[in-house]
Write a protein that binds this ligand. Sequence first.
Ligand code: SAJ
Length: 418
Amino acid sequence: MNDVFSGRLAILGLGYIGLPTAVALATRGIEVVGVDVKAETVAAISRGDVPFVEPDLAVGVSGAVAMGRLRASTETPQADAYIIAVPTPFNGDRSADLSFVKAAAEQIAPQLRPGNIVVLESTSPPGTTEKVCRWMAELRPDLRMPRNGANGADVFFAHCPERVLPGRIMIEIITNDRVVGGLTEYCAEKAATIYRVFSKGEILLTDAASAEMAKLVENAYRDVNIAFANELSLIAEKLHIDVWEVIRLANRHPRVKILSPGPGVGGHCIPVDPWFIVSAAPAESPLIRTAREVNDRRPHHVAEQVVAKAVRFRSPKIACLGLTFKANVDDIRESPAVDVVALIAAALPDTEVLVADPYVDRLPASLADCPNVSLVGGYDAVDQADIVVLLVEHDAFKAIRHTHLGGKVVYDTRGAWR
Ligand code: SAJ
């Protein structure tokens, strides 16, 4: 069967994934209601505005709202299908905090009717889609829930992890292959009808736990590979070898593709998801755990290197270029650059730290309280500084000419000025 969904769809969570998904569906004719607990997010989207920067998203939101296909609300309406796209942070013990998923399930439950589809998109440990079904079953004993081998469920549950890259979301949401894991085969087939509305990638049907695990594994794979690059950078420093040159040469082997060292691994996914695997099977995952530890240690190492350079000056000024978690996005969630700045400022309380980032117009709370940290323009920061630390390779920073950096101590953590 190759059916395509038509009807009304509610998306719970209008963040980096929920909102682009809402736009992808609405601009292809689906009536979408976006639901968010934040009243200001709902108000912004209702005006056709976007609460965060992502290329091509703003035009999609304003178009979908103007066409009357997308509206936002703080209340969960009745719909034919529901997509849950809320955050899944981790708890103190690094297990997954499913409280937002549970709250979403509790909001949907009273609205459920026979024939509805419920898709969990939030990154979740294996077994979570099953849990969502159980939570809803408790609240709605009148509905038949899907069981393998049994026919005739009233509601169909599946997990379809998002896999888009921030900065390329509106492209990748259409072109990437999608994994759709159902609680039963029929559930997967029903959920796939939603993704056929807008996806040009292949839709791969599987069971829910495999889909959940595949997503975690994708990000753990990347984390382990970045950790390898970061470890190489430490080894090269010790041996006085240029790590970028070594990687450039090694990558000319047809089966070698080493990633780039940097000041650490940020964002909401890669530093979080591997812990869900480690907490589910701790004894079996020493490599994944170690990779996390190697990457988490990076901001400390970078800060220590900067401090070691600074003590050679009497009263140096340090420019830190970049605060976001990666290049050309405005997202500072779990950003290692923020940590590096905070660590330098704390280690050198009498030293002025000038921070610049074209995507950030206000210091985050963790830096706003540091009396020796201020936010200035990129060229101002460079001009005034004795030490220039490149933390994020935004295009605007890559364009800074070498002549501008002359006479300064330069620490390029991204290899962007080579
Ligand atoms: N980084 C490095 N060196 C590299 C590559 C990245 O230090 O060679 C750093 C970045 O600077 C950043 C972090 O790693 O701090 C993560 O950046 P990223 O671009 O690798 O990934 P994200 O977090 O933007 O998006 C990832 C993607 N996952 C994979 O590529 C396997 C994306 O496809 C997922 O949808 C997303 O996580 C998610 O939501 O899970």
